[in-house]
Design a binder for this molecule. Structure first.
Ligand SMILES: C[C@H](N)C(=O)N1CCC[C@H]1C(=O)O
Length: 758
């Protein structure tokens, strides 16, 4: 069979066109060997006419962009604000355990980045971007309201004890809310970015790139504000019958912001450039690909001449333009295959890095930073680094004559993320030096506390001999590689008792005022969560005691651990009319047992003895700043560029689809985090960080090779040339005139800006 080769198809299949770097644009474009007007497709020109009539401009930017970026700010506030308190809601309202809460949280985030495919298909094939954004924003707002309602404990708290009586109701409502939110946030995300891009005209490529940077700034401004505000709202107390943590307010404010986002978007509706969907494009794409594969298979014999691209096997039945568009999209999607690895590392900020922060000290002198607040460093850095990169670093690189093309930027971004993980590994090594020596799964550890009135000689079979003074403890934990021990106490007569220790556990042997009833209590064997401190009391007084926020404690008994925050804490010990106040300043991540002596009231609580079970964290959280700086630099190079690249390389009718493909790399990255968390970790955390860094370096090498073979295209130009070859080109002269007019207008605008600056 004979295949016709047109110049455009040859250009598409060989992809070896000369390239030219546009100033600031970052995206290399095909060199025009003819006037720009000559390359403009008729359809695009018609659309441009529409744009010219409709779009008002300010400083060279379409005014409609203002509504889109404000909409994005409010939407991201809503999304990140809700996300900031979600795990806590699962953990402390629905009372799920840590594992379930984290898994559902990550699954939700992954779903939010998978639904863009659905939104893109709806937008590009059916409703168009404008209507898709409106309808899915309504779904999103309903989801946020449903979520806020699901957190009102009073709805099912018929016995008014402060906890919901019907958990199934709250779980069902919140899951419905989350599904609607995922559908809404994911569905509109590819459309909003692409819709913003659609507002720009051919001659505004510089402004288009700035738009994507401003868009990213708005995302992070929204994220920063909401991550700071919603936890504060959650910490308030509210309720109808009983006062509880105010989840309805923490979820309600994001719901209000989502409604505002929708109103702002609708307010701009008269100004937007709205491109209509071109029928069920996704279905046509699938059918065309299916036909190409079947046709290739039918003609597999070597007697048939080869075609330059496997999609050319759809030539017999499908339009050349569609085939060319599919080739463009597939080429970019293929390039995306290695990208999820970046997000796998990036998304660990919220999990592994936050856990790392819980083993560090957040005392910054003037203020205290909680471990999860460390994440706000990312949006703060984005807000400062995007302008610096855009205005200073990238132009400087360009001035030096270096071709820092988008795909090179993305590769360098990945390498920055890898170095962030090397930095995290170095910090981890420092932390490990300060961590207690926890027992392995076959070992047991024991500490001894003496509440007896005199010093005791304690022998633990077979070979441990300890001398422990009254209201004192053994210096540190003793490690045993067996569980069964016998303890002998040398009091007036020898008391002997056998115990079985917990494998892999840490315990304390409490010897009370009556040593014959000595007993074991279980100790914490990991750092207390969220950088808090675990404390407990042993009552050496002669009667029951009440301690603030703790149950009443019997003589000789030990309380369970209570978690207290960093800072000065006061406890009132009370028995009947007698009381005293005990104050203590806590650091981060320590564990203490307080021994209450017989003289507690007569000494005004001064005689209480502190036994340090676990030292407070000593490595400072500031050491995490370099890793945050490196990952954020990586994000600016990778994510902002990826957003622009996905828009610029997509054919007009598949812009949202490529945005969705880009967002999907994020979803896959999140799913990898989930799988890694489930499969388990390397024995050493620093080794896991190094492993992730090495994987990303390997992936970025693969990506750079793929990028080397990628040729940047101007989809509009290719589409125009195909249309021209198909005889669909309108009057050249009219087009030329239109373009010249547009360029003149652009120049005037730029001069206007310069004059204003002067
Ligand atoms: C908050 C992040 N710095 C950020 O801007 N993003 C993380 C995933 C992509 C992007 C977003 O759109 O939220």
């Amino acid at each position: 069979m004979l295949i016709r080769h047109t110049p455009v198809l040859a250009a598409l299949t060989q992809l070896s066109c000369p390239v030219q770097v546009f100033p600031h644009a970052g995206i290399q474009q095909l060199t025009h060997t003819h006037t720009p007007a000559a390359s403009m497709p008729d359809e695009k020109m018609d659309e441009t006419k529409k744009k010219k009539k409709k779009t008002a401009e300010c400083c060279g930017y379409p005014i409609s962009i203002f509504f889109i970026v404000v909409n994005e700010f409010c939407e991201r506030f809503s999304y990140y604000g809700m996300r900031a308190v979600l795990v806590l809601y699962f953990r402390y309202f629905l009372l799920w355990d840590d594992d379930l809460a984290t898994s559902i949280y990550h699954a939700f985030v992954a779903l939010c980045y998978l639904t863009p495919i659905l939104g893109a298909i709806i937008a590009d094939s059916w409703l168009g971007k404008f209507k898709t954004i409106i309808y899915l924003s309504i779904v999103y707002a309903i989801g946020q309201v449903t979520m806020a309602v699901s957190t009102i404990h009073d709805i099912t708290d018929s016995n008014r004890d402060g906890t919901p009586d019907n958990f199934t109701f709250h779980i069902a409502l919140s899951m419905l809310g989350l599904i609607l939110i995922a559908l809404g946030t994911g569905g509109i995300k590819p459309c909003v970015a692409a819709f913003g891009g659609d507002q720009f005209q051919e001659h505004q490529s510089r402004q288009l790139n700035t738009f994507f940077s401003v868009f990213y700034l708005c995302i992070n401004a929204g994220s920063l504000l909401s991550t700071l505000i919603t936890p504060v709202l959650r910490a308030q107390e509210c309720g109808i019958h009983t006062q509880q943590q105010c989840y309805p307010l923490a979820f309600g404010v994001p719901a209000v912001l989502m409604v505002i986002s929708l109103v702002v978007f609708i307010a701009g509706s008269g100004m937007y450039v709205k491109t209509d969907p071109e029928g069920n494009i996704m279905w046509s794409v699938c059918k065309c690909i299916g036909f190409a594969i079947r046709n290739r298979f039918r003609h597999r014999s070597s007697s048939y001449p080869k075609r330059e691209h496997w999609m050319d096997w759809a030539d017999e039945k499908y339009d050349k333009l569609l085939i060319a568009q599919i080739k463009m999209v597939l080429k970019v999607l293929f390039l995306y295959i290695p990208l999820p690895m970046f997000w796998t590392l990036f998304d660990q900020k919220g999990s592994r890095w936050t856990l790392q922060a819980t083993t560090m000290s957040g005392d910054f002198g003037g203020f205290i930073l909680q471990p999860d607040q460390m994440q706000t460093v990312n949006p703060i850095l984005i807000l400062t680094m995007v302008p610096i990169m855009d205005r200073l670093i990238f132009p400087l690189i360009q001035k030096c004559g270096l071709n820092f093309s988008p795909l090179k930027r993305m590769t360098v971004g990945m390498l920055f993320a890898a170095t962030a993980f090397v930095s995290a590994a170095l910090v981890q090594i420092e932390i490990d030096k300060t961590l207690p020596n926890f027992p392995s799964s076959s070992e047991s550890q024991l500490k001894v506390v003496n509440m007896y009135s005199t010093t005791l000689n304690v022998t633990i079979s077979p070979s441990e001999h300890l001398l422990i003074e009254s209201y004192g403890s053994s210096a540190d934990y003793i490690t045993f590689d067996h569980q069964d021990i016998t303890v002998s106490l040398n009091t007036s007569n020898v008391i002997t008792k056998a115990f079985s220790l917990i494998k892999g556990g840490r315990q304390t042997l409490i010897i009370p005022s009556d040593p014959t009833v000595m007993y074991l209590v279980e100790d914490t064997k990991s750092k207390p969560r969220e950088g808090k401190n675990a404390i407990r009391f042993v009552n050496g007084w002669t009667a029951d005691l009440n301690i603030t926020n703790l149950d009443s404690i019997e003589p000789s008994a030990t309380t369970n651990y209570t978690l207290v925050n960093q800072g000065k804490r006061d406890f009132v010990l009370r028995h009947g009319e007698q009381w005293c106040e005990f104050s203590r300043k806590f650091g981060f991540g320590a564990s203490y047992t307080f021994l209450i002596t017989e003289a507690v009231f007569s000494s005004d609580c001064e005689s209480i003895v502190e036994v340090e079970d676990m030292k407070p964290n000593s490595v400072h959280m500031a050491l995490q700043i370099p890793q945050y700086f490196l990952i954020t630099t990586g994000e600016v190079m990778f994510s902002v560029t990826g957003l622009q690249f996905s828009y610029s390389q997509a054919p007009k009718n598949m812009k949202s689809v490529l945005q969705a493909g880009w967002l999907c790399t994020n979803a896959v990255g999140n799913i990898i985090v989930l799988i890694v968390a489930e499969i388990g970790k390397l024995p050493k955390q620093w080794a896991e960080y190094v492993l992730f860094a090495s994987l990303l370096v390997a992936v970025s090498i693969i990506f750079s090779i793929m990028a080397y073979f990628y040729t940047y295209i101007d989809p509009a130009e290719i589409e125009a040339q195909i249309r021209k070859e198909q005889g669909l080109e309108p009057e050249e002269k009219e087009k030329e005139k239109e373009t010249l007019e547009m360029e003149e207008k652009d120049q005037k605008n730029e001069q206007g800006v310069k004059q204003t600056k002067i």
